[in-house]
Design a protein around this ligand. Sequence first.
Ligand code: ADP
Ligand code: TRP
Length: 321
Amino acid sequence: MRVLTGLQPSGALHIGNYFGSIRQMKELQDSSDLFIFIANYHALTSLKDSKALKENTLDAAINFLSLGIDPDKSTFWLQSDVKEVLELYWILSSFTPMGLLERAHSYKDKVAKGLTPNHALFSYPVLMAADILLYDSQIVPVGKDQIQHVEITRDIAIKFNNEFGDILTMPQFKVDEEVATVPGIDGAKMSKSYGNTIDIFCTNKALKKATGKIVTNSTPIEEPKDYATCNVFALAKLFLDESEQEELKQRYQNGTEGYGHFKMYLKELIWDYFGPARDKREYYLNHKDEVRDILHTGAKKARKLAVEKMEIIKEKVGILS
Ligand code: ADP
Ligand code: TRP
């Protein structure tokens, strides 16, 4: 089963990203033929700072490798290293009705938020369709906001196939309904855009500060506390097995500890959990050439399929090669 997903290189990762997405990718690389890439051409639609884009791109690769994306188990590359994707993007554009893109929520939302629309932002879903269709992807794991983009991909593939026969593989999106939304320090969904994140690779001091700011009620130390409505508990739970969760529930009910104790406990859980990833990251930060090599090797694997597919597609549409 070919599973493909693209990752935006958009800065620091938080624990919502880990439990909502990265952990699933780690499972998928064990159970499927996972194709996973850093979408740096997509990032260009909203980031016009060359230094920042380069840094974010390499940073994203380092972060995902550190958190367990394994280039021996998956095909991991940089979108821009497989140039065929841009060829397909143009060909697919000729099979994409304007109306399909005009209806895209993500485009409309970005414009509504004040982003000056450019053509790349508008045609973003066509490049995403090229990402998906170039590699005959069957399953595309995405967050809810990206479902429509996979539907657009299907619509484009149908148009193309109606014209030329069964050439493009019809992909299906996969949204993990079981994944609970990870709360941020204010209790709302943890998100970069809300400024309520706990970042995975922050310093110990910053972690202490972030966990210290988690909003709780004001039940005094000597009273039993309600773990079920507590943000600290909701976060701690992610790092604990059943029996450890029971122990923590007991501590909440004992009425001998305050929220400060639970926050400190949570801080330690997070710090320890990501310890091995932190060490790996430190290594990659000091061996960036190795990271670039890993990405090149991944691109070579991906490109082999891309070249074969493009030969078929170009032949069908009549582009001489
Ligand atoms: P942000 O909201 O911080 O910008 P992204 O939209 O870049 O995060 O999310 C990347 C991935 O992480 C998506 O697949 C998304 O579903 C997942 N994710 C982000 N925040 C959370 C959260 N609070 N809980 C669960 N999953 C999350
Ligand atoms: N648009 C996706 C996002 O913002 C990233 C992405 C680019 C992608 N190409 C893709 C996701 C192809 C899945 C498949 O998260």
